[in-house]
Write a protein that binds this ligand. Sequence first.
Ligand code: SAH
Length: 229
Amino acid sequence: MTIDHPNRSMTTSPTAILTMLLCLVLIVFTLVQWQASRWSELVWLAAFVAMVAIRTPYAHRNRANTIVVARNDLVERFLLVAMFLTMMVLPLVHLATGIFGFADYELPDWATGIGAVLQLPFLWLFWRSHADLGRNWSPGLEIRQDHGLVTSGVYARMRHPMYGAIWLSALAQPLLIHNWIAGALVIPAFAAMWFVRTPHEEAMLRASFGDAYDAYARRTGRLFPRIAQ
Ligand code: SAH
């Protein structure tokens, strides 16, 4: 599908404002009764706030982009909603209210510790991939006017560093939040997103950049950095 949004609105939508307010209320609720949380849940919360802080300036700036190709079909939208629920809404609601306590499980301390350590490479890669993609980043599958193929920085050896970062976060979430609903559900949600979206994204970039994308794909790994060039 090819669409054009020359006059894309620069004002923040009421839904986005409402979501931000709701997140804020849930975070405040969690913080005022922080003794009720495990230390690892507060680590998850701190990383969540850092993730939002990294993304927000790019999301705000890129709303001025003119979109020339968008592949945001029904399946893609469903997967985005599933990610939004499992990565944000369910954990925040659980941390604020303990509502899913019936689905808790136990983990050894070393496993929880791995979850905490994973936050460092996650946030670093999340930050660098936003910085390297810059104006070419979008939450959905889109090509903007003057879209450039980024092949440098963290994109030099792997094609999906941002999804790599989200994999780290998704794998760490159930190690930090010991709950099948608020912690573990994000793994099947992101696995579905990865397996459905990545081929569509690569096909869209191949259609836009042709041989340049083929050459780039040959010298890079999809999720893991290709070391030998
Ligand atoms: N899959 C990438 C980017 C995710 S953001 C990653 O995991 O790092 C999704 C948007 O990034 C898509 O709409 C696509 O247009 C854009 N994109 C992905 N790879 C790109 C690249 N190498 N250069 C420019 N834009 C890219």
